[in-house]
Design a protein. Structure first.
Length: 148
């Protein structure tokens, strides 16, 4: 599978429709109307962690007519293209992270929210050797939170 280098895509903070189209083209995706609309919702407000269901609700609220299936497909296409990073939390729940750099997460079990952990605040030691013919692609750390 093609994997673009992580953390190399710099997203402009102010995203106009034109910038969104450029961003999509730069990632090798045709800027269809639905992709542009969804990319705008995803990337216009800085880093966020979002599920397909939440993005779908947001789209409907903003009068963007898309089906949940289209939202799923688009999120996976964006992930393949290196615009998003997938964070699997548990079971069927997948979050899509607009911050594609290598970082870890807090997961709030009560609210279901994901929060970034400052890079450099966790050190991983004693990683096992990958089995023959394989290499470690990345290490995911999820620190689960409950209310005190
Ligand atoms: Zn994150």
């Amino acid at each position: 599978m093609h994997r673009p280098p992580q953390g190399t895509l710099k997203l402009p903070t102010e995203l106009s429709q034109g910038n969104v189209a450029k961003l999509l083209r730069g990632a090798g995706l045709r800027p269809t109307r639905q992709r542009v609309a969804l990319a705008h919702l995803l990337f216009a407000e800085g880093d966020r962690h979002i599920t397909a269901e939440t993005l779908h609700e947001e789209a409907l609220t903003k009068k963007v007519p898309v089906s949940l299936a289209t939202v799923y497909n688009t999120l996976h296409q964006f992930t393949e293209a290196g615009l998003l990073r997938e964070v699997a939390v548990e079971g069927a729940k997948t979050y899509f992270d607009t911050n594609t750099s290598n970082h870890y997460h807090f997961f709030c079990e009560h609210s279901g929210r994901l929060l970034d952990i400052a890079t450099g605040s966790i050190r991983i030691e004693g990683l096992p050797e990958a089995p023959d013919g394989m290499a470690i692609s990345r290490v995911d750390v999820l620190v689960r939170l409950v209310d005190k």
